[in-house]
Design a protein around this ligand. Structure first.
Ligand SMILES: NC(=O)c1ccc[n+]([C@@H]2O[C@H](COP(=O)([O-])OP(=O)(O)OC[C@H]3O[C@@H](n4cnc5c(N)ncnc54)[C@H](O)[C@@H]3O)[C@@H](O)[C@H]2O)c1
Length: 184
């Protein structure tokens, strides 16, 4: 196994949450995947395991770890707190609904410390609209993938006016480490 990497909290285990978990696990990050629906977490873990095995068989698996090692990097949880506390980066992947996302970020804001990056997969909302009023708004950034994320290594990085430059730099490094090109 490669050297242990940082914790990533994935919130929302649908299409995009599953893809991000696979991408981060491909370089050994420890991913905690949470969903408001416990059955979605179970389904996501089964689906990811199946996808990793198929990718390995067809020679398309990303990274240096094998499918089993990558799967061991991904843990499901029904606790938002467990998913996000102590994470280096949180990747939000819940439905495209402004109020829903704002409510979630308010909750997350109370669970993390100043070192956690809060990244949203939003397709349409401005980072300022999603993070205004958060205690940790300096840590907020849009990280918008292109579908299907596992196969199209391109991501949009959009900081809010108040996002710290260190957060932008760390996010870019993170994307670089998973082999992504960036639009920003
Ligand atoms: N699908 C795409 O092509 C695509 C591409 C780029 C970005 N995005 C963006 O990614 C985000 C997620 O899209 P998706 O296609 O994966 O959606 P999806 O519907 O497949 O998955 C959303 C998941 O979030 C869960 N969820 C709902 N409320 C929640 C909450 N409060 N806490 C935790 N989990 C919750 C749902 O149960 C579901 O499993 C959206 O913002 C979307 O705009 C989507």
């Amino acid at each position: 196994m490669e050297e242990e990497q940082s914790k990533i909290g994935i919130v929302g285990s649908g299409l995009i949450g599953r893809s991000w978990a696979m991408l981060y696990a491909s370089v050994g990050h420890k991913c905690w995947i949470y969903d408001i629906k416990p059955e979605q977490v179970k389904s996501a873990l089964n689906d990811i395991e199946h996808q990793l095995r198929c990718l390995e068989q067809s020679g398309l698996l990303r990274g240096k770890l094998n499918a089993r090692q990558q799967m061991l990097c991904i843990t499901g949880t029904t606790s938002l707190e467990e998913a996000v506390r102590g994470a280096m980066l949180i990747q939000e992947c819940i439905p495209e609904n402004l109020d829903l996302k704002k409510k979630l970020f308010n909750t997350i804001d109370g669970l993390i410390d100043h070192s956690t990056i809060i990244a949203t997969s939003t397709s349409a909302f401005l980072p300022s609209a999603l993070s205004e009023g958060l205690r940790h708004k300096k840590n907020f950034i849009v990280l918008h993938p292109v579908n299907p994320p596992y196969y199209v290594p391109l991501v949009e990085i959009i900081p809010a006016p108040w996002t710290a430059t260190t957060v932008v730099d760390k996010t870019r490094e993170m994307m670089d480490s998973i082999g992504y090109s960036m639009l920003s």
